[in-house]
Design a protein around this ligand. Sequence first.
Ligand code: SF4
Length: 335
Amino acid sequence: MDKGTGDVDFGTACVGVDLSGGIRQDWTRAEIQALFDLPFSELLFHAQRIHRMHFDPREVQISTLLSIKTGGCPEDCGYCSQSAHFETGVKAEKLMSVDAVLAEARAAKANGAGRFCMGAAWRSPRDRDLDQVCAMVEGVKQLGLETCATLGMLTESQATRLKQAGLDYYNHNLDTSPDYYGEIISTRTYQDRLTTLEHVRAAGIHVCCGGIIGMGERREDRVGMIAALASLPAHPESVPINMLMHVPGTPLASSERLEPLEFVRTIAVARIAMPASVVRLSAGREDMSEETQALCFLAGANSIFYGPKLLTTPNPDRDRDMQLMNKLGLVPMRD
Ligand code: SF4
């Protein structure tokens, strides 16, 4: 019996679904839909089995995220507390100094982070701002941390400069499906996102790219989002899956809350479709029960943001995270 293909005897619902755990970029929406439609226990079983083919199931990669330039963003992402289009109470601040960022990076390292992510609320960085960010990247790298940045859209030459400064990862999310994208953001296109991802990849920087669910999209949009991520020319090395944070003042503040099990299901489908990528349980953990988070780890999530804040929104505090990791027998991922 071939237990890898899913063509046989893992339950009739598995018929025809690719459960081999192999890496492929030609996933169709129909295949991703079929994964979403698996009975929950089948889906979790296969996600965990495939997870174990590529990772140590006890290990969780730990990142810390710092907002190096907060608020006043000219983009209109409907979920974001930092957009200048919405009254969210977030005040626009200047780009932090290199020294202040390095002090935060040292503290993150002391608290067990392996990667330090720097986020700036820009449509795209100006070249003089990029000089300062490059100095931050160099400094963080010298501390022995992996570096990640999210600065908005990048040109090819900006991506190359960041790579030369030592940037390991660049985060640029697809956010949602191509079809639903226009409902969430009007100031840039899906193709703009893909173009920046091409520049990042061409510069030799690892790609961190995922999306947000619970934004009022239908399941077929979640299918479309995972299909878009899994059919990029190479799978993102890191795939953050976020649950919408309902930020007062944003257009999505009153979106209907997504069922936690649908979130778990999305994590499991991401794990199966991108088997060797690190899948990050990102925003939304603050409101998640320990049981839901445990199911997410079982479904193949193997990264979290650690620290009390995610840019401007709350995140579980470190003690709570440490207790949960201890309860579940999870350990920080080795480099
Ligand atoms: S998500 Fe990023 S680009 Fe969009 S409004 Fe917020 S800070 Fe700006």
